[in-house]
Design a protein around this ligand. Structure first.
Ligand SMILES: Nc1ncnc2c1ncn2[C@@H]1O[C@H](COP(=O)(O)OP(=O)(O)OP(=O)(O)O)[C@@H](O)[C@H]1O
Ligand SMILES: [Mg+2]
Length: 374
């Protein structure tokens, strides 16, 4: 296997807060980030994303654990000697220098000749679509333009790894979307490993090759966007990424990769066992995405008994509520003593195709589209 660009092994970082209490900001995190990968650290405020990044950058020393860059342990190597650069949310540009001087700064510090530094800096500015801004000062630029300058400055000395801490956080939504696309293009073009911190799940899903979902200092799950979305291994991940129904029940039995869950109303359903913490006899939830469920009106002759096997789950129920939202219709369905949301795409014309409130329905889904979580 190729040497990872970044390896974090059993990283722990404690801080002592103002009251003298120890705060464990990073709690036994291990990550292996591949060369050229766009890797996102995703999680809510305070979960330890920035701290993890700062330890990799060399701005903080770990309490324990290690960091390797291209296979080389970097404990004790100062930040400016590591083959990484960091882009911060607030740009951190030098206000008294021109844009070009800002971009050239690192190269000049590294004793690259003025002519060479200038050439490479202009090239970097062209790469971030700011070829003519070199003589301006940061104060004369918009937020998006400042972030481009910060990017150019970070890329100009060709680091092995670029660390980005919520780089688009200060931008409005529209610009943010445009910059997401641009940044992804740029990353593919330069082929540099990106470690990208965000608390925005949509941003992580659209940009990253792989995501580490963090909570309370721990990396709960690491995987591709579709893996963390489709196959969450904990309730936190299922809840944090996208919309999920949690059908509460008790785990009755496990068969290989399947669990059988007794729901509140007594019916049992089969679902994929994805959470190692789910134990037989204990409370669990069946996590089910609203768009995975198909609804059909149930006629009088149809069975009113639930059915769930390895392939399919079918629950008879009733439409408790309907909301037309243009692209989709959102149903609230009551079945087997639980309630859940179903999202149906409006491929047929709006209201005609809708199942009105009170309709007796069968809700069905592929059993392995649902996950048993502790
Ligand atoms: N220098 C410090 N001293 C004390 N506690 C700190 C320090 N830096 C961070 N922490 C604490 O460590 C935890 C993780 O902080 P961190 O900044 O890594 O979170 P984050 O995931 O980046 O959050 P956000 O999304 O808000 O930026 C928090 O509880 C924070 O208060
Ligand atoms: Mg942060």
């Amino acid at each position: 296997m190729a040497t990872p660009a970044v390896e974090v092994r059993e990283l722990v970082k404690d801080f002592v807060d103002g009251a003298g209490q120890v705060v464990r900001a990073v709690d036994d995190v291990s990550l292996s980030i591949r060369e050229g990968e766009f890797f996102a650290l995703l999680g809510p405020s305070g979960c330890g994303k920035t701290t993890t990044l700062r330890v990799v950058a060399g701005f903080e020393d770990p309490t324990s654990g290690s960091v390797l860059l291209r296979g080389r342990p970097v404990l004790g190597v100062p930040a400016f000697h590591r083959p990484v650069n960091t882009v911060f949310q607030d740009y951190a540009l030098f206000p008294h220098m021109t844009v070009l001087q800002n971009v050239m700064f690192g190269l000049r510090m590294a004793k690259v000749s003025a002519a060479e530094a200038r050439r490479r800096s202009l090239e970097a500015l062209a790469m971030v679509h700011l070829p003519d801004a070199g003589e301006r000062r940061p104060g004369q630029l918009s937020g998006g333009q400042k972030q481009r300058v910060a990017l150019a400055r970070a890329l100009v000395n060709r680091p092995a790894v670029l660390l980005l801490d919520e780089p688009l956080g200060a931008l409005d939504l529209k610009l943010r979307k445009a910059m997401q696309y641009e940044l992804k293009q740029l990353q593919q073009q330069v082929g540099i490993t990106f470690v990208y911190v965000t608390h925005d799940q949509e941003e992580a899903l659209t940009m990253a090759d792989r995501i580490a979902v963090m909570s309370a200092g721990k990396a709960l799950q690491v995987g591709t966007p579709d893996a963390v979305y489709e196959r969450p291994s904990s309730r936190f991940v299922a809840d944090f990424i996208g919309e999920t129904n949690f059908l509460e029940g008790t785990l009755e039995a496990r068969y290989g990769e399947r669990g059988v869950v007794r729901l509140a109303g007594g019916a049992t359903v089969a679902a994929a066992l994805r959470d190692p913490a789910a134990a037989v006899g204990h409370a669990v939830a069946v996590a089910l995405r609203p768009e995975k469920v198909t609804l059909a009106a149930r006629d009088a002759s149809a069975s009113s008994l639930p059915r769930s096997d390895d392939a399919t789950t079918e629950l008879p129920g009733v439409v408790a509520d309907v909301h037309y939202i243009g692209t989709d219709t959102r149903y609230r369905v009551r079945a087997a003593g639980v309630e859940f949301v179903v999202r149906v795409q409006n491929r047929q014309t709006g209201f005609d195709a809708m199942l009105p409130r009170g309709t007796e329905v069968v809700a069905s889904w592929r059993s392995d589209h649902a996950s048993v979580l502790a």
